[in-house]
Write a protein that binds this ligand. Sequence first.
Ligand code: TYD
Ligand code: MG
Length: 497
Amino acid sequence: MARRDTSFICQSCGAVYARWQGKCEGCGGWNTISEEVAVAASVPAAQRSGRKGRAVVLEKLEGTAKPAPRLVSGIGELDRVAGGGFVPGSILLIGGDPGIGKSTLLVQASAALAQRGLRVVYVSGEEAVDQVRLRAQRLGLEKAEVGLAAETNAENIIATLSGGPPVHMVVIDSIQTMWSDSVESAPGTVTQVRTSAQLLVRYAKQTGACVILVGHVTKDGQIAGPRVVEHMVDAVFSFEGDGGHQFRILRAQKNRFGPTDEIGVFEMTGRGLSEVANPSELFLSNRDAGAPGTAVFAGMEGTRPVLVEIQALVAPSSLGTPRRAVVGWDPNRLSMVLAVLDARCGVRLGGHDVYLNVAGGLKIGEPAADLAVAAALVSSLTGAPLPADAVHFGEASLTGAVRPVSQAQARLKEAAKLGFASAIIPSGGLDGLDPPVSVRPVSSLAELVAGIAASAPRRPAGRETRDSAMREARGSHDRNPPQRAVEHAEWGDDEER
Ligand code: TYD
Ligand code: MG
């Protein structure tokens, strides 16, 4: 008779407790701990019996490892993120918000591999066979020879897969719906997800099939269930995008067999996901080039340059604490750029609301965007549009200097390809550069600000309006001293400068 263990496990981080408590010490989550009963079967029988281990032969690092050919789907954006195709015997996890298109992507990938003569099995734990068929019909892929099953029991799935001829790829949609006979917890709990994933990892390593797991993400963007699944798999991809846009981005977060900074860009159409071979063109389409407050950032996503438009709106605030709203960039980074503009360039935005948006729904992680963000902010504040044919890149340091960034040549080449004629870049990064466009080097943010201010339309009246708007804002503070005491102090400080 197997021993029954009861433990209390945090459903978001996997921490184990002897008794229930309201808050998980591990991740700080409230009410995430639930009771799970497990028959101690995840430990192999041999270990439980106390058998001595068998010695294994140690190998040399040097050897004749002949890697199996990768499974290439022909969907270029997907293959590139995977590092040139899927590796046989590997297991990978694709996470993403519900409805973002994970199942669509994987049905398309399965069909593409099957059309190349590989044996692919698609196991849906969430949808019935008919629903998957309907989707395949909508995608025009119903003729592809993909084995289909609606099943949630991990043992049944592995028995099915092991029964027939060898399988090249298996899709499990999703890992949160899987359960194993060996544990008694409900499907979706940490123990079930972990045990099912373990069984599938073992299957992948033993048979050389590539297993793709779909994982749901929680509200804060983490893959739901235990983070341990992320440690067990060879690669973790996230499929991102927001509801308002058609663009979807596949990003590698971890990849044992390929780069982690590559992205694949797709567009969701009425007939599934289509590849976007040149994302810059897409992100820059419908650009309002002459408007103040927009700057084009020449960024890098992995090995690929991507040009995006950064939009800023700076407006006098009527609030005590001005708003800072950011979409697609790091809010802390924005605070830093604002602080540097204030302290080193005399650009005071303490009384203004600041909105920053990366057009097209792309999320930028690079500090190289600092220069473009600063340019967009100053342009919006002064009302001076930036040159429509210029791109920007460069990292701002806290001293106000602009530091060089990597891969300047590739960024400039992409800009030239898309018809841009000039670039505003860090002066420190000019060595060995053969710019295909005319460059205007800047060494500090102050220099950038001076350049934009010089081109600002001479509108003393406009400036007065702006200043009087600020004075009005101050006046309203003075009129309401009780509620606004704190801000009033801040404004007092501002007056001094
Ligand atoms: P789905 O792949 O079911 O998302 P997930 O598995 O990540 O939850 O995608 C569902 C969404 O995609 C749904 O809102 C409809 C949309 N969609 C299209 O726009 N075009 C298509 O061809 C398909 C199949 C789906
Ligand atoms: Mg789905």
